[in-house]
Design a binder for this molecule. Structure first.
Ligand code: ACO
Length: 329
């Protein structure tokens, strides 16, 4: 028995934050942002919504795309670093919004690698024979941890959610393999200092802007290119796959120059690399999932295609997988 993706969905909030808008907020320019990152605009979650709302909408679309009854879902894995609350888990909140009860629900925190980590967890739980249908959802409100006075980070991030139904299958299609890695020694390159058990919220943490993301951009850039390239090479070697065998590479959308660097190091022409960074910026765990959904819905992935997803994120974490796409259309 194997596992395959039988439905995908994504949800992007309507509000758009353009480079021109950012020019009015910090000392930056459309030209700098676009040439250094490839981004033109990003989506922003409205005040009355949170990650679970975005995640629930994406999940409904994935459920409908899979053509299943929501009651068939036996587990929800939610990848997020911007959970609605410290607890309960965003997965449990999404469960309630979907009208489901009495199934296993939990969050995973792997930042931008979260969607691929979630798919791998689902694959192994299904392959163990214990579960048949698992909802993997990645939901992020990065705008909530973004300091809109810090030009080095605020231009990069956006909000969104994506979901996939992972189901058992008994043919050769599906999630073939995944490679997961992390390196805690780089944790200081990307983090939110306060709001956890080390620095609980206080007047000082708020006035010190410690609830916003801190980032060492240039160091991350170098590590990201190497870590994602290495993750692709490792999974290719393990499965005797070459770039020519793969129809589409779906990388995390952190910076177009990181994506181009990874493509160059791994031998992928950019025509075979999915890019939507100009529309959404970096949505952390949701980026790869939204890209997957858009690639499927726009006809860039067809039944029988071999695809590779790859990401890196805070932790630092990284992940890649290989999927033989089994769904029609
Ligand atoms: N507008 C104008 N100038 C800017 C901006 C801006 N928005 N941001 C930085 N600059 C300036 C800097 O101050 C610096 O000026 P200086 O030379 O006078 O000091 C200059 O531009 C160059 O800065 P660098 O940091 O060297 O620029 P770089 O080419 O490295 O691009 C960037 C910066 C875009 C952040 C890049 O390093 C990057 O993308 N890194 C990876 C970030 C990433 O992927 N983070 C993941 C976050 S999400 C997550 O995992 C949760």
């Amino acid at each position: 028995m194997g596992s395959t993706i039988t439905g995908t969905g994504s949800y992007l909030p309507e509000k758009i934050l353009t480079n021109a808008d950012l020019e009015k907020m910090v000392d930056t320019s459309d030209e700098w942002i676009f040439t250094r990152t490839g981004m033109k605009e990003r989506r922003i979650c409205p005040e009355n919504m949170a990650s679970s709302d975005l995640g629930a909408e994406a999940s409904k679309k994935a459920i409908s795309d899979a053509g299943i009854n929501p009651d068939e879902i036996e587990m929800i894995i939610c990848a997020t670093i911007t959970s609605d609350m410290v607890f309960p888990s965003t997965a449990c909140i999404i469960q309630n919004k979907l009208g489901l009860d009495n199934i296993a629900c939990f969050d995973i925190s792997c930042a931008c690698s979260g969607f691929i980590y979630g798919l791998e967890l689902a694959r192994n739980l299904i392959n163990s024979g214990q579960y048949r249908k698992i909802l993997v959802v990645a939901a992020e409100c990065m705008s909530r941890v973004t300091d809109y006075t810090d030009r080095s980070t605020c231009v990069l991030l956006g909000d969104g959610a994506a979901a996939a139904i992972v189901s058992y299958c008994d043919d050769e299609y599906g999630i073939i393999d995944s490679y997961l890695g992390s390196s805690g020694k780089y944790g200081n390159l990307l983090y939110v200092p306060a709001g956890g058990s080390r620095l609980p919220a206080s007047h000082e943490t708020v006035s010190g802007r410690l609830h916003f993301m801190k980032m060492e951009g240039s160091a991350l850039f170098r590590i990201a290119v190497n870590a994602m390239s290495d993750a692709i090479k490792k999974i290719f070697e393990r499965n005797n796959v070459n770039p020519e065998d793969v129809s589409l590479l779906i990388p995390h959308q952190a910076n177009i120059r990181i994506i181009q660097g990874v493509a160059k190091l791994t031998g992928f022409p950019m025509e075979k690399v999915f890019v939507n960074i100009e529309k959404y910026g970096n949505m952390s765990a949701a980026s790869v999932g939204v890209a997957l959904d858009e690639a499927v819905k726009s006809g860039r992935i067809r039944r029988g295609d071999l695809i590779c997803m790859v990401a890196f994120g805070a932790g630092l974490t990284w992940a890649s997988n290989l999927v033989r796409w089994g769904k029609n259309g």
